[in-house]
Every structure is written in C-alpha cells, then in structure tokens.
Design a protein around this ligand. Structure first.
Ligand code: AVI
Length: 760
C-alpha cells in the first residue's frame, strides 16, 4: 500500500467518524447509507441482489438485456458514464449494445472504490476489445466536475440508487447533474416503482437474513474501523413501508442500551434500549411524478421502459438546452438597483446634520461615503465603458476628494465635500450614466472588467460594503435613536447544542476560489491548503462567555494579553466591549443604535477588537482560528471533497439560514440558525458577527491584483488582521465562505466578534 493510499484511508476513516457524529447528534438519529458499502457491505449487497424476494436487480437486468439496443439508438452518444458502477455487471448489456459490430465506444465507470474499479476495468477491456475504459475513482461530485469533457454522453444511474436519497437530496442531485451535462446528453435512471407494500417489505426483509446482515454491517464496520466495540447481537434490522413518504425506511434498532464512543472527535452517544437509528431510505417512484421532477431540472423524457408487472422502470431523459439565464445586463441592473435602494433606505431617517458631522475619527462623515459611492461608480464605469473618454477638471477634483487612500477617515470632515442635496444628485446622475452605459454594453469574454458583468457586480458589492460602514457610523453616534425602516426580531435559539466544539480532521482542502465574476482578487486563486487537525467552537463566543472573562478580571490580567494588546488596553483604558454599560446595581446593558437594552447573554459578543478576542481566547485556554481553519470549518465538505459557497451548501442565503442583510440590527442568539450549520456542524459562521481570525492579511500564493491595487494589495503586510463570515449588517451579495475582510487589531467599530479554536 502506498503512502497516498494510507493517507486516503485515514481521510476516509475521519469522514466516516464525522458522518456518524453528524447523524447521531441529530434528532431523530440517522446514519449515512453511503457507509454501508465497504468491502463486506458490497459483498452483502451483491448477495441481497440474488435473494428471491429482491426483484429489483433481476427486473432491471432483464429490461436492460431486452432494450439496450433501442437505448443505444435513442441516446446516440458513444460514451457511457456510470455513477456507482460497482462490478458493472448489469452494464454489460449496455456495453454489448454500444460495441456491437466492433463499434468504438467509451465507458467511464465512477466509483469510490479504486480496487473495484481496477478489477472491473481489466475484465471489461478483455471482454470488449473496441471499448475504451476510462475509470474515475472518486465521489459523484468529483465526477460531475468532469462530465463536460466526456460529452456527448449517456449517464447511467441504475439500480434505483436514486431512491436512497431523500426528496431534497434528489432535487439537489438532479440539479447538479443538469448543471454538469451538456445540452443533448442523456441520463438513464433505473427506478423501482411504487407497488404492493407486502412485495416491497419482503424485498427488504429477505428470509435468509442478508438484508439484516447488511444493516448490521454498518455497525460491524464501526467496530472494525473506529474501534467502537458495539455488541452486534443487540442490533436488529427493521424495514417497513412508510406510506406517506412512499419509501421503505430501514432502521437499526438497539435491543439493549449502547454507547457509541468516538474518542477522536470527543463525542459519545448514548442509545437507549429500543432506540431506532435510520440507516437507509429506499424511495419508490411514480413515473409521471419523476418525469415532472426531471422536467423542472431541465430534462425531457425520451423513453420509459417498464416490465409487464410495472415493477421497475428505465427512464431515459435528455438534457434540454440550458434555460436562458437572466442576461448579464439584467443581473447587473438588479444588483445595482438593490444596493442603491438599501443605501437610500438606511440614510433616509438621518438629518442633514447627522449626515455631515464626523461622529468618530474612525469613520467618515456619511456624506463622504455617499459621494465616494457615486465617484467610485463614475470612475469605474468610465474605465470599463469609455476608457479614452476625457475628464474635466471638475471631475478630477471629485476623484481626489473621494479618494480613500489620499484622505484618511479622520481628515474627511475637513474636505470641501458636496452638500447632502448635491450628493444625492451626484448619486442619481452617476447612476443614470451607468444605466445608459449598461443599456449599450456588450460583455466580451476577453475584457476582464466587462466579462460576466464583473465591474457592475463590483460596484454593487462596493456599495453594499459601504452600507455596512454607514451602519457602523450610525452605531457610533451618541445622540441618536435610529429607527431603521424595517427591523425584525432575530429568531430564538432552538435549544442548547449537543457539543461546544467540533473536531476538524487534518488533511487538504481547497481554500479560496477561482471565480472571476463576484470574488475579489484577494479571494483568488483557489489553492490546496493542509491544516493539522483542530477543534473549533460550534458557535461564536457569547456575551455570557465574555462576561465571565470580564468578571474574572480578564482586562486586568497582563498575562492574558500580547505586548501590543496590553499597550492598547492601557491606552484605551477599557474594561469591557465597546457598547457595554454597567449600571450602578451591577447589571449590564448594551447600546444598540441609540437604545439601551439589557445585555442579551445568549447572543454573540460584538464590538470587540482583535486584542480583546485574542486575550479572551487565551483566558479560555484556546486561541483564535487561522483563516484557513475558519474557511475549512465553514466550506469544506469532507465526504464530497468539495468546497461549499456558504456553510450550508450552495443555495443562496435566506432568512432561515443566516442573520444577514440588515434585518435584525443585532446578532441573533447562538443556535438560532440550525439549518445554516456547516458540514462539520459549526453554526452561524455567516452572519451575526464578523469573526476575527489569528491571520494577518496577506496574498494567497499566485495572487494577482485586479482590477486595482488599492482594494487589497496596498493593505497586505500592514498589520491588518483578517475577519471572516459577515455580520447581521452584511448584505448577502458580499457574504460567502471565501470573502476576506480585514482591519487593524485595535478596531472595535466593526460588527465583529469571534469564535475560538484549539489544537487537537
Ligand atoms: C442500492 N440500493 C438501490 C438498494 C435499495 O434497494 O435501496 C440498497 C438496499 N438496501 C437494503 N437492501 C437493498
């Protein structure tokens, strides 16, 4: 065995353990069915397929034997890709039809088991001389990324394996397949159909007890790979027809109390006698419903083949040409329009005096932000659409006035800024120019500013980021009760979380992104990073936690602070987070947009600087996570081997998933967004509070400044610390796992908190 294989094995074990912890920590408890198929499990499954009660494989096999030539004629493509190819037994009918009369064909089996693939490749090549076999060892998701290179093709997903996904996973699966196939490619699904429950239940409760052994093997595998030491005699297989969901539910029932210990993850699960753990679902299909679902994802039904008893179906689907996505122009108009509407909404309650005054040397007068938004837009629209256009002196003067690098924030009030009404007009007139440039624009792929509407998305993001800065300024005003036009109560916590920390295993992950449409230069390129195993808090540090630090003399204990941190602490003379106030009776309150509210102990602490976060972490016996650790905990899906755009997946943010978008005007309680948890089970990574990391702001290897050095490059190596995740005041357009924010370690005006990590 090579070192590589050993590494992969260790990773696979970690993924298995993580998956168990995810499932057993949930309520009701479940285990992922993908772990049923180790070598023993695969042999047992092959054995199931030969049982008299298990009609699925036989029926599908007969359908393929009889109709493969017809499928060949309908599908046309010479390449067959098969997901979960296993031993490729049934596929032989297909391959025979595809290579009839010595025709050249290509077969791309995809399977997680490299050993299985190697063995089946060798026999297939010997058996079908005109067949080119190109095996892909990996997960389905890894294969999806490569499907385009094999098009035109027919993708096989046989054996009713689709039934082992629940409804939402089925939809996600179809969407991923639709995204990965090219127009005209085919998808052949083998589907077990809804039928007499007695027949179905018999198939999953065979008399010889093989199905039971298959379920029990999941726990035998835990014993083998993770040393869980479970008594397998105390585990029963239970499988029955779930009428309302039209699926067979398969459980492991514990006849005696059991404890499943996962020492590497510091987790232990106590199962009561009689407790059932869902190990598998096997959904049964109705053809009209399935064709309708496929149609929703861009497939048209080409052919449905069933046996005379209507027990099983082969459904051949064709990928329609991709539905027209909204044009780059429309997207750009929408993004810009939304960002502007928000800016105007936020400043609407402010008086002229509040807009023009400098409220803090840390912040600009808000009119400067507004003028800067207009000026930035004016300059970039000219660069993108009219690079040779001449600028008059007046325009150059404006450029200078609103140049963020030339004028530090503290000096901006002294500038001859446009008055509020002028500023409003400047914003409006600039936007009119932008929209008329957009109306005429083309978006050539070779022009990096225009391709995919990059520059317009950048302007919308820039404005969205300034809206958060404006909210920081408002938060620092001491003579205001700010009434935002719409404010919603944040949701409450769903209850205490099972564990305070999660364990993230060592090993490589993909950090950053190669996206050139929305990502900033500092997020690129995507690159592999290896971090040692670590523990990270499931939730951001709360006011309750931080109060314990305060009450334990955290601000007085020199040993908890770095040298610079201690210097800051003495100079700033602070003893608690920026917006906290203690009444004479000892109770704590927090100032929030001019209102004094009792300190919400279950919410993340906010308005702390890096030095405070770092001191707290030391007090707690922990440390801040590096930004690589933070991103791995947020983005990495260990079992799929892919990075998610958001902690919960790739679906865009919504109010159920994260506290973003300036709705609540405060963080929500920890545990309030269970649906937004990351693969490793961390909550609220996106939204609520920005999170300080231990990392200095520096370029990724291979960084190239684009489109201007002043966004990121001039800030590298200048003592800035990276923050991740976004706050309640971050608009979704700028919230993503790869987004990097940065500020100096003494800054407290940000809507920033932190979570802790430690070595494992
Ligand atoms: C692989 N899959 C389609 C099988 C099924 O019928 O759902 C797995 C299985 N589990 C127990 N028996 C068969």
């Amino acid at each position: 065995m090579t070192r590589h294989d050993l590494g992969n094995r260790a990773l696979a074990r970690e993924a298995f353990a993580q998956s168990i912890a995810r499932g057993l920590g949930d309520s009701p408890r479940w285990l992922s069915c993908r772990y049923l198929y180790d070598a023993e499990g695969s042999t047992l499954f092959e054995d199931i397929t030969r049982q008299p009660e298990y009609y699925l494989t036989r029926t599908e096999d007969a359908l393929l034997a009889q109709h493969a030539s017809r499928l060949r004629a309908r599908a046309g493509a010479a390449t067959v890709v098969e997901l979960g190819s296993g031993s490729s037994t049934k596929t032989r009918h297909v391959l025979r039809a595809w290579t009839r009369d010595g025709q050249h064909a290509r077969y791309v089996p995809v399977d997680i088991s490299r050993d299985m693939l190697e063995a089946s490749c060798r026999t297939l090549e010997a058996e079908f001389p005109s067949l080119e076999v190109r095996a892909l060892a990996g997960t389905y998701e890894q294969a999806f990324a490569r499907l385009r290179e094999f098009s035109p093709l027919m993708l096989l997903f046989l054996g009713s394996s689709l039934g082992n996904l629940d409804r939402s996973d089925t939809a996600a699966f179809l969407e991923r397949v639709a995204d990965s196939l090219s127009a005209g490619d085919h998808l052949l699904l083998g589907l077990d159909l809804v039928k007499d429950p007695a027949v179905l239940e018999a198939a999953y409760n065979d008399a010889a007890g093989v199905s039971a052994a298959f379920t029990r093997n999941l726990f035998a595998r835990m014993n083998r790979e993770l040393g869980t030491n479970l008594d397998l005699d105390a585990i029963e297989h239970v499988a029955y027809w779930n009428e309302s969901r039209e699926r067979i539910d398969i459980f492991a029932r514990f006849t005696r109390q059991a404890v499943i210990e996962l020492p590497e993850l510091d987790r232990s699960f106590r199962l009561a006698a009689g407790e059932m753990v869902l190990t598998e679902v096997s959904r049964k299909f109705r053809i009209p419903e399935m064709t309708a679902a496929a149609a929703r994802h861009g497939f048209e039904a080409v052919e449905t083949i069933t046996d005379p008893d209507q027990a099983f179906a082969l459904l051949l689907l064709r990928r329609r040409p991709a539905t027209p996505v909204p044009s780059t122009r429309l997207v750009a108009q929408r993004l810009l329009g939304r960002a502007r509407a928000r800016t105007l909404e936020l400043v609407a309650p402010l008086t002229e005096e509040q807009l023009t005054r400098q409220h803090s040397i840390l912040m600009s007068p808000i009119v400067w932000d507004l003028g800067h938004i207009a000026n930035f837009e004016e300059q970039w629209i000219r660069r993108a659409h009219d690079p040779d256009g001449r600028r008059d002196d007046e325009a150059r003067r404006r450029d200078h006035l609103y140049d963020a690098v030339a004028h530090p924030r503290a000096t901006r009030a002294g500038l001859p800024l446009l008055a509020c009404s002028h500023c409003g007009r400047y914003l409006e007139e600039t936007r009119e120019q932008t929209l008329s440039a957009l109306a005429r624009a083309t978006f050539p792929a070779h022009d990096p500013l225009l391709a995919g509407g990059f520059v317009h998305a950048m302007l919308a993001q820039h404005e969205a980021q300034h809206s958060e800065t404006i909210l920081q300024t408002i938060q620092l005003m001491d003579d205001i009760t700010y009434e935002p036009p719409r404010r919603r109560e944040p949701p409450e916590s769903v209850g205490p979380l099972a564990a305070a920390e999660v364990m993230v295993p060592a090993g490589p992950f993909l950090m950053g992104t190669d996206d050139r449409r929305l990502a900033y230069d500092n997020e690129r390129p995507a690159h592999e990073v290896i971090v040692p195993r670590f523990r990270i808090d499931r939730c951001p540090t709360t006011n309750h936690d931080f109060l314990r630090f305060v009450e334990d003399g955290g601000y007085r204990r020199r040993e908890l602070w770095t040298a610079e941190g201690w210097r800051w602490r003495l100079d700033a003379n602070v003893a608690h987070p920026a917006q906290w106030l203690q009444s004479s009776d000892g109770t704590w309150h927090e100032r929030a947009f001019g209102r004094l509210v009792p300190l919400a102990l279950d919410q993340p602490v906010i308005h702390v600087c890096w030095y405070e976060a770092d001191a707290y972490a030391r007090w707690a016996g922990k440390r801040l996570p590096s930004e690589a650790e933070w991103e791995k905990a947020a983005a990495w899906d260990l079992e799929r081997g892919t990075a998610r755009r958001y902690p919960w997946g790739d679906a865009p943010p919504s109010p159920e998933l994260a506290n973003l978008d300036q709705r609540t005007f405060s963080p929500a309680a920890v545990g309030a967004y269970p649906l937004g948890a990351s693969y490793f089970g961390c909550h609220q990574l996106l939204g609520d509070v920005w999170e300080w990391t231990s990392s200095d702001f520096a370029p990724y290897p291979g960084f190239v400044a684009f489109p201007y050095a002043e966004y990121s490059e001039v800030h590298f190596g200048r003592g800035y610390k990276v923050l991740r995740g976004g706050s309640w005041a971050t608009q979704p357009l700028v919230a993503r796992n790869t987004f990097r924010n940065w500020d100096l370690p003494q800054r407290r005006q940000l809507f920033a908190g932190f979570r802790c990590a430690r070595d494992a």
